[in-house]
Design a protein around this ligand. Structure first.
Ligand SMILES: NC(=O)c1ccc[n+]([C@@H]2O[C@H](COP(=O)([O-])OP(=O)(O)OC[C@H]3O[C@@H](n4cnc5c(N)ncnc54)[C@H](OP(=O)(O)O)[C@@H]3O)[C@@H](O)[C@H]2O)c1
Length: 339
């Protein structure tokens, strides 16, 4: 539904929200803020201000995106324009090289984002392995390690202190698998409120998705459009393109929208929270309108379910810890955590 300023935006009150296990409400769509090689921090900060003016209230940030110091002033401007802090939802993430230093990392993000608290703070990856920005997928961290649950528990315990200290309202995970979540749920005092993961029509992760719902963990779906503008280094010849899928294109034609909009509509209707990235007003407005507009039919939802190709795009090769190791080792494909 459009608000009174026709075609300029969406009334934020009309944007659906999802209820977390704590009872808090999180807007059912967020704006991604990772510009990769394509967009500068300044462009993204400007997009945050304008996206808020057209109705976005949820922003997905991370220390490693290198732009929180620019998004902070943007959020300040949004609040000066009259948006209340309690109506915003801001997520940030601790990067892999700060797993031993979570509190200081969170405090830095809070300073950069110019906030007193975060709505959600995530452990960005389950591995402490890192890489320089923009490196080739063949690059490896000389100190890389496999997933070590005792270490992750210590990181999670620091995450829990953030809640106790009021620095964050919710904590969550990202890029996790069922075996790793099994261990975390067994050991956590505060269970994750959300798990951020790659989710788009060609990569639906049905088992993990259902696991999260069963455990009252909200799935947040990154690369919801299939990350069509990701850099060449993140592409393989086998990758498929969601926005070119004949089913997605057919539905887009019926609705008179871009296929990207269909991907986002499907995501929200399925029950995950999409966090599409864009710095272009027509695009982020279209994706916001997607989730308040006419829903997909049941038949269309089924058709899109059938387009799944198990095509993981962000394979995470830079986090591998052995020579000549397949990227599948990061994702516990056979139910075992690889060492
Ligand atoms: N937790 C994690 O590990 C993790 C990993 C990856 C991403 N993320 C988060 O997820 C966010 C989104 O992921 P992503 O950027 O990889 O992929 P994405 O949202 O699937 O794709 C973004 C691209 O789609 C195009 N687009 C967006 N809206 C459109 C529209 N309405 N019509 C046509 N094209 C449209 C734009 O391409 P053009 O720019 O070419 O126009 C944009 O750059 C990131 O910004 C980040 O916040 C998290």
């Amino acid at each position: 539904m459009m608000n009174s300023i026709d075609n300029i935006g969406v009334d934020p009150d009309s944007v659906p929200a999802k209820t977390l296990s704590t009872g808090a409400r999180i807007p059912a769509i967020g704006l991604g803020t990772f510009g990769s090689d394509n967009y500068s921090g300044d462009e993204i900060a400007r997009a945050v201000i304008d996206a808020a003016s057209v109705g976005y209230r949820h922003f997905d940030c991370a220390a490693v995106y290198g732009n929180e110091h620019l998004i902070g002033p943007a959020l300040r401007q949004v609040m000066h324009s009259g948006v209340r802090r309690e109506d915003l939802w801001v997520t940030s993430k601790v990067w892999n090289d700060r797993h031993d230093d979570v509190v200081a990392s969170c405090e830095q993000s809070l300073r950069d984002l110019k906030l007193d608290f975060l709505d959600l703070y995530l452990v960005h990856w389950p591995f402490p392995n890192t890489h320089a920005a923009g490196v080739d997928v063949a690059s490896r961290d000389a100190h890389a390690r496999p997933y070590i649950h005792d270490d992750y528990r210590k990181t999670w315990a620091q995450m829990e202190t953030l809640v106790a200290r009021g620095l964050v309202r919710h904590i969550g995970t990202s890029n996790m698998t069922i075996p790793k979540l099994d261990l975390l749920l067994r050991d956590a005092s505060i269970k994750p409120a959300a798990n951020e993961m790659e989710l788009h029509p060609h990569f639906q992760q049905p088992a993990l998705f259902q696991y999260l719902l069963d455990h009252e963990i909200v799935p947040i779906g990154y690369s919801p459009i299939g990350s069509p503008s990701r850099p060449a280094r993140d592409r393989t010849p086998e990758d498929t393109v969601d926005v070119d899928d004949p089913i997605i294109v057919k539905i887009a034609r019926r609705l008179g929208v871009h296929p990207a909009v269909v991907c986002v509509k499907w995501a929200a209707q399925r029950g995950q929270i999409p966090i599409p990235f864009s710095v272009k007003r027509p695009q982020y407005l279209a994706t916001l309108q997607a989730i308040v507009g006419e829903p997909l039919t049941e038949e269309e939802m089924c058709e899109i379910a059938g387009t799944d190709k198990n095509n993981l795009l962000i394979k995470g090769q830079v986090f591998l810890w052995k020579e000549n190791q397949p990227w599948e080792d990061l994702w516990d494909m056979d139910g075992e955590i690889k060492q």
